[in-house]
Design a binder for this molecule. Structure first.
Ligand SMILES: Nc1ncnc2c1ncn2[C@@H]1O[C@H](COP(=O)(O)OP(=O)(O)OP(=O)(O)O)[C@@H](O)[C@H]1O
Length: 267
């Protein structure tokens, strides 16, 4: 069965990831309460919400870093809440974090290679040079990730020599070199200027056009509206609206969450 989300048609199949009635409580704090969401193949999904609305906690729950109080998580229709966070990559989930996490002693190519090589993602920080000795050639997954993220020509540079926007691009390349089914991006444009934001937004839409399912958490609502196909809005731990960005921003509950009742009258 085919449905359409905005201008994109979506064949209704098993979602890549599904959260059913997920709750996360910290003592008396209901950080996430009864959230149900489906991430469909080939779409960019976004989670928006004011500070403290539960976005990070929900991502933590989905990635198994934060234990669920209640609910169920499914990947490709199979429950996965019993697995360890370190097994998420094996499931086909790659992520980038709020802060850039590139290894300073490795060049762009070798930082991306870390994503392609599960064994190399060991916790110990490598000494300069060891990686080149172990890996004399560039794997096809790395070459492909470099091409898809427009990093040709930057392969031999080190993180300290790159702009912040390019460092972010390398992180995304490292994540997609894992050939993920789902890419989670936590604040991918934090600290960027307007043109860097637009560049990252373009890159994510290009990856979407290649079929990559994505989930973004981002404070920049305009960037989310420009980038996402489908948006989930949270407030006080609950999902208060979902749909196309255009529909969600019109939702009175969303306007109230961001602007307050007074703002809504003026919006
Ligand atoms: N480990 C924790 N222990 C207790 N309370 C927590 C913990 N983590 C989050 N919270 C609380 O849960 C609620 C949701 O927080 P969360 O960080 O998920 O929101 P958020 O939408 O990601 O916020 P922000 O946009 O500021 O990052 C907040 O009230 C927060 O104080």
């Amino acid at each position: 069965m085919a449905a359409s989300i905005g201008d994109r048609s979506v064949v209704s199949t098993t979602p890549v990831l599904e959260a059913r009635e997920v709750s996360v409580h910290f003592g008396g704090v209901r950080a996430v309460e009864g959230v149900t969401l489906r991430l469909e193949p080939g779409l960019i999904h976004g989670i928006i919400g004011p500070n403290g609305s539960g976005k990070s906690t929900l991502i933590g729950a989905i990635t198994r870093l934060t234990p669920l109080t209640r609910g169920q998580l499914l990947f490709d229709g199979e429950p996965y809440q019993g697995i360890r966070p370190s097994a998420m990559a094996g499931l086909g989930v790659a992520r980038t974090f709020q802060t850039v996490r590139l290894l300073p002693d490795l060049n762009v190519r070798d930082n991306i290679q870390l994503g392609a090589d599960a064994e190399a993602s060991a916790k110990t920080r490598p000494r300069p040079g060891w990686y080149q000795r172990l890996r004399p050639s560039v794997s096809p997954a790395v070459a492909d990730a470099i091409r898809r993220t427009g990093l040709e020509g930057w392969e031999d540079y080190y993180p300290s020599e790159l702009s912040y926007g390019t460092q972010r691009r390398v992180e995304i390349a490292r994540a997609i070199s894992m050939n993920p089914r789902l890419l989670l991006l936590d604040e991918p444009t934090a600290g960027m200027n307007q043109s860097e934001r637009a560049e990252i937004s373009r890159l994510l839409r290009d990856l979407r056009d290649e079929g990559l399912c994505q989930l973004l958490v981002e404070h920049d609502v305009q960037m989310m509206l420009d980038t996402c196909d489908y948006v989930f809005a949270m407030n006080f731990g609950e999902l208060i609206a979902e749909g196309t960005p255009a529909d969600v921003v019109q939702n009175p509950l969303v306007q109230e969450a961001y602007l307050g009742r007074k703002g809504r009258q003026h919006a």
